[in-house]
Design a protein around this ligand. Structure first.
Ligand SMILES: [Mg+2]
Length: 170
């Protein structure tokens, strides 16, 4: 039996799915961007994987820990579930050159955007078809990560996210 690999829409998190209040980790500060949950649902319904690709240097900076980030993501999933949507995977990078913890200090970690490590790892883990995938982000580092991964990058400017995804998927 052969299985055709599915493509993905990779979402940057802060400033694309949720409002970027700066190092967001408190679920009380989870404010969804306009029609972001609906955008994820559309990706689900289109048969694409919906994957978060996020730098979370707040971990390396000692502002919060991995469990806090995971908890925030579980709250995101719970709120998505209310409309029948889900994110297939969360990839985030806690590493940064100026980390206060040794385990997270790295001068140029392959996962930290603009490096493409998380996108490439997700593709391998989930068996994704990168040729038909795209990354949506609000920073040039997101676009550069997409470019280095060899996929299309779409710069998000705060419009209803579902509109952008709808135009992309048709
Ligand atoms: Mg962002």
């Amino acid at each position: 039996m052969s299985k055709v690999s599915r493509p993905a829409i990779f979402f940057d998190r802060d400033g694309v799915l949720n409002v970027d209040h700066g190092y967001v980790v408190d679920p009380a500060k989870l404010d969804w961007m306009p029609r972001a949950k609906e955008a994820v649902l559309r990706v689900n319904q289109h048969g694409f994987a919906a994957v978060v690709i996020s730098n979370q240097s707040g971990v390396g900076r000692g502002m919060f820990d991995l469990a806090d980030v995971d908890h925030f993501h579980s709250v995101m999933q719970a709120q998505l579930a209310e409309i029948g949507a889900r994110l297939d995977a969360f990839y985030y990078c806690p590493h940064i050159a100026e980390a206060i913890h040794d385990e997270f200090r790295h001068p140029d970690h392959p996962d930290r955007k603009p490096n493409p490590g998380m996108i490439l790892r997700a593709a391998k883990d989930l068996g994704l078809d990168l040729a038909r995938s795209a990354m949506i982000g609000d920073r040039t580092s997101d676009m550069e990560a997409a470019k280095r991964a060899g996929i299309k990058g779409l710069l998000y400017r705060g419009e209803p996210l579902d509109d952008l995804v709808g135009a992309l998927l048709g």
